[in-house]
Write a protein of this length. Structure first.
Length: 381
């Protein structure tokens, strides 16, 4: 046999072996099928593909299966019978159905996105998702008025707008982190709630009620409020300007509001002026109301400032009317500022002087002695 004929036979034998080898590969025996090869969805949508892996061979085929062509922004999974899978065994002449779940990102441009399902490295099924609109993760939390002013007893009501710029309906958790004593209440749809649902590209008005503690000092306070989901959030800083409440308390260091005094004499009475409000008191004036003939003076008679929560003691000097008869008399003390005032009534019991008492006794004794003398001298006649 010539070398030419030998070469032809050798080539034909190699071709037969090669074709036999290819016929035994999974690429010729496995088929991937899904009825939905191209779909159109908005950003944020979840797509579920039912995928059949069909084995046309006469033996069981075990193959890896995976997704190729999607960026890291996309989330996807291959599942069967509740399990995540990456390899499938299919009996001869049968099929195995799995589910491919693809989550379209919220933040994505409009357009076509192509990818592939690959089984056994050689069996490929192309798929395509058309994103119908430009998507975003942005959520907007705004208010036409973010600053309000009032005193500690005020309720500050802010009207805010929360807009969902994502491609699907979102459930937003509403929250605020404030110091103890503050109260923040969210009212979407005029009802108190801690969450709200908003359709894609829609907004909702949310009323927010802020109540400060009664003991808080005057000043500006930032109230952060937030709306968040698992994938997006927004923060809005509200500002409350507390002007403070004005309150003054006039009393004595011991709380006792009574004493005694001798007619015509002086008595010093300590008075405590306390700023019981949440803002500083300025230009505090003190004065009195007194019975006729009495005299009252103060040291000092005015106070430039008493800071919030602090107190100051002054001295009132009272001089009783020298002709006052014994009994109870009332002195009215008053402390006031342009914003607030406080009054107390102080009772003073007037007693006569010891000198007049002794003079009275001497006169009484003298009169009694005179009567006895006259009775003894003229009583026998």
């Amino acid at each position: 046999m010539s070398d030419h004929h030998l070469s032809i036979k050798t080539g034909l034998l190699f071709l037969i072996i090669l074709l036999g080898s290819l016929a035994e590969t999974p690429a010729k025996t496995l088929e991937l099928y899904t009825p939905f090869t191209k779909i159109s969805v908005p950003p944020g949508e979840t797509v579920n593909y039912p995928i059949d892996i069909i084995n046309h061979d006469s033996i069981t085929r075990n193959c890896t299966i995976y997704v190729s062509g999607l960026s890291s922004k996309w989330e996807y999974s291959l599942r069967a019978d509740g399990w995540n899978i990456n390899e499938v065994a299919v009996l001869p002449g049968e099929k195995k159905t799995i589910t491919l779940q693809v989550v379209v990102p919220f933040e994505i441009n409009k357009g076509n996105y192509n990818f592939r399902i690959i089984a056994g490295n050689l069996t490929v099924m192309p798929l395509s998702i058309n994103v119908s609109q430009k998507g975003t993760l942005r959520t907007e939390f705004t208010s036409d008025q973010v600053n309000m002013q009032g005193h500690t007893a005020s309720t500050f009501t802010f009207r805010t707008q929360l807009k969902n710029f994502t491609g699907e309906k979102q459930s937003f958790a509403l929250s605020s982190v404030v110091p103890q004593g503050w109260s923040v209440i969210f009212k979407p749809n005029y009802q108190q709630a801690t969450s709200v649902e908003i359709e894609p590209n829609q907004s909702k008005e949310i009323s927010i009620e802020v109540k400060p503690p009664h003991t808080i000092k005057a000043g500006k306070y930032t109230i952060p409020v937030s709306a968040s989901t698992g994938s997006t959030s927004a923060l809005l800083n509200l500002e409350v300007d507390i002007t403070g409440n004005y309150s003054i308390e006039l009393t004595t260091p011991t709380g006792l509001l009574s004493s005694s005094i001798i007619a015509g004499k002086q008595k010093k009475i300590d008075l405590t002026i306390r700023n019981s409000g949440s803002t500083d008191l300025h230009d505090i004036q003190v004065n009195s109301s007194k019975p006729q003939g009495w005299e009252v003076s103060f040291e000092p008679d005015s106070i430039p400032i008493i800071p919030a929560g602090e107190a100051m003691t002054i001295v009132a000097t009272v001089k009783a009317y020298e002709k006052a008869i014994p009994g109870d008399y009332t002195i009215g003390f008053n402390a006031q500022t342009p914003e607030t005032k406080s009054n107390i009534s102080y009772r003073l019991s007037v007693k006569t002087s010891l000198l007049w008492g002794w003079l009275g006794i001497i006169i009484l004794l003298g009169t009694t002695g005179g009567i006895i003398f006259l009775f003894r001298k003229y009583g026998r006649r």
